[in-house]
Write a protein that binds this ligand. Structure first.
Ligand SMILES: *Cc1c(COP(=O)(O)O)cnc(C)c1O
Length: 389
């Protein structure tokens, strides 16, 4: 019966709703690094906490279930999850990566994997034909992020997974922006789903964590070996924080997504705003694919002002959003990709990709829509004064 429950209900009512020993309605935090081996002849379930910990196991089972996978793995950060997944590759392999991939993933692929003889090509994943022409005999992984950061471009997950399978490649999907509440890539043929749980899954700007989920048993065993070998596991206290955050995932994302759409529509009408990127708009180039593969457009949008000067005026006059890196929190977060997430990218490369000096990214939190609108209305009015005077 539990199998038929909706996502919303499963967030709360699952195998870990009670502590089996005390019936406490919260997963106990087990800090022990080692476990007494009572039975000389039979190894215990848990022996050493890098290899397995009950609090971590609760989180790993929870995320596996929510993504429709068979095994989940919790890591010390999103980058630890992503880097560990890349360790499935060997010298001489080639990987195709979304050209507008997360900055940390870009660095891992471009600066680290190359030292180990793993080649890469950055591709525009919204164009399946272009992706197909970039596949080489040694291509082993196609790595995608959709919608992408910060321009919210949509990649056809099923199109990519079919192409990957036909060419003997695995598909990795970074599902941080959508979460399984909105998008479940394993159901669309992906092999590994990756998360920065630091963002929406935990949701409160108070923990750094990463997750990986697979469906295939053999791939699960390989990833487990790598998690244990590389050792970048998530500590029990942090596992508990992610588990706590997960309980409100559905309600948080539902409200933030609704507000994001309203705010995106408001910004689009404002004369000081040049463009708004949001996959929930009917005229977004990826709108149809987004509607097919996801149950919403999420809570992240970006918008372009005419200059850095205008950005400065806006940022100094908004009061509600925090001006910071990161996203997916209860509070709205405004970030400036040119100086934050994409600061390391050469300026011409950055501009070529549409990440101009006027671009801002907004992750919408749980504040009241009227308060947010009024805050942006005021800050935008300050720009017009400063720039047009
Ligand atoms: C933040 C983020 C990451 C990296 O996660 P950390 O938890 O910061 O290591 C990876 N991918 C995306 C899309 C992100 O937003």
């Amino acid at each position: 019966m539990a199998g038929n429950w909706s996502f919303q209900t499963k967030l709360l009512h699952n195998k870990h709703k009670f502590d089996p020993f005390t019936k406490g309605v919260s997963v106990p935090i087990q800090h022990a690094s080692t476990f007494h081996q009572e039975d000389y002849d039979h190894p215990p379930t848990f022996d050493y906490a890098r290899s397995g910990n009950p609090t971590r196991e609760a989180l790993e089972e929870a995320i596996a279930d929510l993504e429709g996978g068979t095994r989940g793995f919790a890591f010390s950060s999103g980058m630890a999850a992503i880097s560990t997944a890349f360790l499935l590759l060997s010298k001489g392999d080639h990987v195709l990566v979304s050209e507008d991939v997360y900055g940390g993933t870009y660095r891992m692929v471009a600066d680290v994997l190359t030292r180990f003889g793993i080649e890469h090509t950055f591709v525009n994943m919204t164009n399946l034909h272009e992706v197909a022409t970039c596949i080489r005999p040694n291509t082993k992984v196609i790595y995608i992020e959709t919608p992408s950061n910060p321009l919210l471009k949509v990649t056809d997950i099923q199109g990519i997974t079919k192409l990957a399978k036909a060419n003997g490649c695995l598909t990795f999907v970074d599902n941080t922006f959508m979460t399984p509440a909105i998008q479940r890539p394993l159901e669309l043929g992906a092999d590994i789903v990756l998360h920065s749980a630091t963002k929406f899954l935990a949701g409160h700007s108070d923990v750094v964590a990463g997750l990986a989920v697979v469906k295939d048993e053999e791939l699960g065993n390989k990833l487990y070996q790598l998690q244990n070998a590389f050792g970048a596991i998530l500590g029990p206290q942090d596992c508990w924080l992610v588990l706590r955050g997960l309980k409100t995932l559905h309600v948080r994302l539902e409200q933030s997504s609704r507000t994001a759409f309203q705010l995106a529509s408001f910004l689009r009408k404002h004369p000081a705003v040049r463009t708004v990127y949001y996959p929930g708009f009917h005229d977004h180039p990826g709108a149809t694919i987004q509607r097919y593969q996801a149950d919403g457009a999420g809570a992240v949008l970006s918008f372009e002002l005419e200059s850095e000067e205008a950005v400065k005026a806006l940022v100094s006059n908004v009061h509600i959003p925090v001006f910071a890196v990161s996203l997916g929190a209860v509070e709205s977060i405004l970030s400036y990709p040119a100086k934050m997430s994409h600061a390391a990218m050469p300026k011409d490369e950055r501009i070529k990709r549409g990440i101009t000096d006027g671009l801002l990214r907004l992750s919408v939190g749980l504040e009241n829509i009227d308060d947010l609108k009024a805050d942006f209305q005021y800050a935008l009015s300050r720009i017009s004064e400063r720039v047009h005077r």
